[in-house]
Design a protein around this ligand. Sequence first.
Ligand code: SF4
Ligand code: SF4
Length: 184
Amino acid sequence: MVVGSVMKSVIDWELTPQLFEEQLDLMIEQASFFGKVLPLPIPISNANTSQLILGLLSRVDCSGCDSACCKAGSEEIAMLPEEYEDLKAKYPEVMKDIILEKDHVSVPCPLLKDGRCQVYPDRPMVCLVFPIQFGAVIGGPSGTDLENAFALSSLCPAAKRLTREIYLYRYQMRRRLKRLKIIH
Ligand code: SF4
Ligand code: SF4
């Protein structure tokens, strides 16, 4: 559960379908390469946050992934002292050698065993909402309408697939609305 660094993304929605897909693939590749988050075209100010988080999480398909989120990255896994205390009380055996360093545990997560989270039903908040991240800024090609946006972690394969789907859906919807003269 690595918290990605801020990613500023300017998307050109006026490109042809092929160029738009190329732009999208490049954005995803660069975010992944540089360990940045994947900004979504969903401004935080416009969203019903909890519904959106639930909707996004319900679309995360972990099949074929070997718990990359619990192992990868150079940063730590955030765990609040209250979460740590609750886990210690409920899972004393599992937690007996786990050290909380201020507000995090190390990576790979020491709670992962044989590819499974030993405290899954009570995993920390950062794990509950993964791969959703915050700290992205997105806007149009002019750069004049930059807004804080939802984002996904680029280390998560499911997040990359989902990011692609969301952008392509939005792009196709935009084209349709323009064709129907509903937007300009
Ligand atoms: S990295 Fe993404 S796809 Fe892999 S286990 Fe974690 S949430 Fe699922
Ligand atoms: S607490 Fe569980 S879900 Fe969270 S990083 Fe550790 S092993 Fe993965």
